[in-house]
Write a protein that binds this ligand. Structure first.
Ligand code: SF4
Length: 508
């Protein structure tokens, strides 16, 4: 093992590579080992400006043609694996070199994408048995045995749930409400403080209604193009699932929330919809009247998200709700008749270790939610939270196998099983986000979006629509195309017509 960091090293790693087309992979793998460093990858022909030249950077030279990775004068020679192909052989070799020079392995090996379960699922669909799937993940991607088993377990559960719906022919609907009561310091979503936009909430809803009209007139009525299964049938009728997310949709005041749900359910028949979720994540946005409105218009699943039950941490991360408000909101939701309530928690929050996480889990267990989503904090170097932590002198952002195991144990004790999983870039400890649910209370939309197995018509600022195409008889999609709405609300409101045309072009 050779530690290439010296006391003179600065915050950058510079990788020179002799072959084009590997920039993204190199960046992703090196960054997974050094999440706090800025990674610069210089492809052939790239000239680094003199101002960027810094001898304190850690340097790596990669010669793909000669199958050599040179780090600080040490050559690591690797060979091509014909089954893997040149690109994947290179990625595996680079991962090995990074393990060697850091003395660490990563739980997900050289997988840097957001959907590791897709790999397990794809192998299963090709006919591989469990042993072959595990062997593939562990040898070809160096995934740890524990994570390989987790991915396989989830892939089986997802397949089972998907087998109960005709997901290749249907579609799901997503509506984005990009408002929150205030902005959390770690926020990486499109979110604007509702107070600043309240006077224009009607304008936002009007724009959203134009998109709802498009769905009702073109998609529900069957005037859009084929549903992508190759059979020529139209993408039409009732959506399989509806998800109102954000932001925090319940930030809308009661009148606006009712206006939205009334318009949506007047224009779109939801009678055969399998699931209707509305995020109510921020407890400080929830009132009994809003819960009654959600219930009245057919919402079947909501989220009440504590993130942590530690007041000290909530104050640090700028989340303006108390643990008491979480408990109160949860109880109100049960009283209002919701029998499918999710709770989100975040591991790796500043200043939180095993004791804080255990306490949070204990207090959540007392409420017995129907599902629990466990996030690893993904914090960007230049984020508001990082700046705040620097200001108040807190360094620790630690997520560990131990706290992940505590959350998994808690979910198991609540009768839940893991049913979907995804990863984010810069994730604390290079872990993952896992959704656990009591059997029968899984969120179908979460599986559809994570596994990319159904077309999603997405409305609102920052929403991304997806068209998923299958060939007749194929188990896996053959093509996925996207159309994005602008994140900026003003832009979205003034360009709604253009967004609808984009969807027409996407769905035909
Ligand atoms: S509740 Fe979620 S979307 Fe809203 S500001 Fe906080 S992290 Fe962002």
């Amino acid at each position: 093992m050779k530690n290439i960091e010296t006391e003179n090293s600065n915050n950058t790693m510079t990788v020179r590579v002799d072959t084009p087309g590997l920039q993204y992979d190199i960046n992703a793998i090196v960054k997974a080992f050094y999440p706090d460093k800025e990674i610069r990858v210089l492809e052939p022909g790239t000239v680094m400006p003199a101002s960027d030249w810094d001898p304190r950077s850690i340097w790596m030279d990669v010669r793909v043609d000669d199958a050599v990775i040179n780090v600080e004068g040490t050559d690591h020679v690797y060979s091509m694996d014909s089954e893997l192909g040149p690109k994947n052989s290179f990625k595996l070799a680079l991962y090995d070199v990074m393990c060697d020079i850091t003395g660490r392995t990563l739980p997900w090996g050289n997988l840097t994408g957001v959907r590791p379960t897709k790999i397990a699922m794809a192998r299963m669909r090709e006919g591989a048995d469990d042993e072959q799937v595990l062997e593939y993940m562990m040898s070809h991607h160096k995934v740890s045995p524990a994570k390989a088993h987790l991915a396989l377990d989830i892939a089986h559960r997802e397949e089972d749930i998907l087998s109960r719906i005709d997901h290749r022919h249907g579609y799901s609907l997503y509506l984005n409400i990009p408002f929150c009561p205030t902005t959390c310091l770690y926020c990486s979503f499109t979110s604007y403080p509702y107070a600043a936009w309240k006077s224009r909430a009607d304008e936002y809803l009007d724009a959203l209604f134009r998109e709802i009209d498009y769905v009702a007139d073109d998609i529900v009525a069957g005037r859009a193009g084929t549903d992508g299964d190759g059979s020529g049938r139209t993408l039409c009728g009732c959506p399989d699932s509806i998800y109102i997310g954000g932001g925090t949709p319940t930030s809308l005041d009661e009148e606006h929330l009712e206006r939205l749900l009334k318009y949506l359910t007047d224009r779109i028949d939801i009678s055969r919809c399998l699931e209707f979720t509305c995020e109510a994540g921020r407890p400080d946005s929830i009132t009994r009247r809003k819960l009654d409105i959600l219930k009245r218009y057919g919402v079947t699943r909501i989220s009440v998200n504590p993130q942590t039950m530690q007041q000290k941490t909530l104050d640090i991360i700028g989340r303006k709700a108390t643990p008491g408000q979480v408990i109160e909101a949860f109880r109100m939701a049960r009283e209002a008749g919701f029998d499918n309530i999710n709770m989100d928690i975040i591991l790796g929050l500043p200043g939180e270790g095993k004791d804080e996480v255990s306490d949070t889990l204990e207090r959540i267990s007392e409420l017995t939610p129907d599902s629990l989503t466990v996030h690893s904090l993904a914090i960007k170097r230049a984020s508001a939270l990082r700046e705040h932590l620097d200001e108040i002198g807190i360094e620790a952002l630690v997520n560990t196998e131990e706290t992940m195991a505590l959350a998994a144990d808690c979910a198991r004790d609540l009768g839940m099983k893991p049913y979907y999983l995804y990863r984010q870039k810069n994730m604390s400890g290079n872990f993952e986000n896992t959704g656990y649910a009591v059997p029968g209370k899984e969120c179908i939309y979460n599986i559809l979006i994570m596994e990319e197995v159904q077309s999603i018509v997405a409305l609102g600022a920052g929403a991304i629509s997806k068209r998923v195409d299958y060939k007749d008889g194929s188990a896996s999609p053959i093509n996925i195309e996207r159309a994005e709405n602008p994140k900026d609300i003003e832009n979205y409101i003034t360009r709604t017509g253009e967004m609808i045309e984009r969807k027409r072009a996407l769905y035909g």
